[in-house]
Write a protein that binds this ligand. Structure first.
Ligand code: ZN
Length: 343
């Protein structure tokens, strides 16, 4: 039986074709219309409807490049199912190099949204109704916030044997965090609707980090392959091992001052280790930032200026710390050499 066409925002995509759709979202102050750009690849064969979206936070541009490379990949030819790619959800923030919407709201706290609410609520409702509700599976792409960088990691709510767990393991990021759901996030909404959803967090806002982009593209393709959306499964190697963190916490600045980090992203640290030092500009008053746990540095500040209490180093804890360390080593060696980012 031939596959039915796929309808999105009033546009029809026939089986075996792809189409770019500009979903009208709102108007700028100037009255110029603004759209969320979407590309749909509607395969000839039955399969899942995978939504891959980036830029819910408008300054997280690694995700935009992950989507671009995914859509240029030859591997999605002959797709089973449908791929819905949205490189930039928060188009307002993207134009301003900002995480937020023009009203300072965080779009990832606005779901499920409302058609009669504020701008954030309306954008969330529109994205949900026109795009998210079509999906059977979701991968939501993020980076660290501004001046913060993340080791590539998957965040998901994992229950043993669930589709979400299988997707998380297939992705091949070195670390998986069984992360609490935040009210109002896309992940929270999808989880309540019963749509398996992963969040990929890697790199820094407003930067292209090749070591975050390359594994992001590979990870999305691996998940699609695991779900039977891509051909050639038998020829592919299994994804590199990922370690599940059993918790995480931030080491904070003990005083106001200037930070000199002593550790790198991915470093294994022990409880009490010095992660960095914060000092006044002359170095007279100086205090060490110490790790409160044995673990791995999965996120850190990139700005050397800190106020007392500011979160500087994100430390994940593991039951199997040796395995976590070796998963990170394997991950780093899988990226050697990194491809030319301009290809
Ligand atoms: Zn984000």
């Amino acid at each position: 039986m031939p596959r039915a066409p796929f309808d999105l925002a009033g546009i029809r995509v026939m089986p075996g074709s792809r189409k770019q759709i500009d979903v009208p979202v709102a108007r700028l102050y100037t009255h110029a219309p603004l759209h969320i750009p979407v590309e749909v690849v509607h395969g000839r064969r039955q399969g899942p409807v995978m939504l891959v979206c980036g830029g819910i936070h408008g300054d997280e541009i690694n995700s935009v490049e992950i989507v671009r490379r995914l859509m240029r990949s030859k591997q999605i030819q002959g797709l089973h199912g449908t791929l819905v790619a949205v490189p930039i959800v928060n188009v307002f923030g993207f134009m301003q190099h900002s995480r937020y919407l023009p009203d300072r709201r965080d779009l990832n706290r606005c779901f499920p949204g409302s058609e009669t609410g504020s701008l954030g609520a309306r954008v969330a409702a529109l994205f949900r109704e026109q795009i998210v509700d079509h999906a059977t599976h979701i991968i939501d792409l993020h980076t660290g916030a501004i001046h913060r960088t993340n080791l590539p990691q998957i965040r998901a709510q994992l229950s043993p044997g669930s589709v979400t767990e299988r997707m998380a393991n297939a992705f091949g990021a070195p670390v998986i965090l069984n992360a609490e759901l935040r009210e109002g996030s896309l992940r929270h909404y999808a989880q309540i609707r019963g749509i398996p959803v992963l969040t990929y967090e890697a790199g820094e806002a407003l930067r292209f980090d090749e070591w975050a982009i390359t594994p992001g593209v590979r990870g999305v393709l691996r998940v699609m392959r695991r779900l039977g959306m891509l051909a050639g499964e038998h020829r592919r190697r299994p994804p590199p091992a990922a370690e599940l963190a059993n918790g995480s916490s931030w080491a904070r600045a003990p005083i106001d001052g200037i930070l000199r980090p002593k550790v790198r992203l991915g470093a294994r640290v022990a409880r009490g280790d010095v992660l960095g030092k914060v000092a006044d500009p002359f170095g007279n008053a100086e205090a060490a930032v110490r790790s409160m746990a044995d673990g791995i540095v999965i996120g850190m500040s990139r700005l050397p200026l800190a106020n007392e209490g500011e979160a500087l180093f994100h430390i994940a804890r593991f039951d199997a710390i040796e395995e976590a360390e070796s998963a990170i080593e394997t991950f780093h060696s899988s990226l050697e050499p990194l491809p030319d980012p301009l290809y």
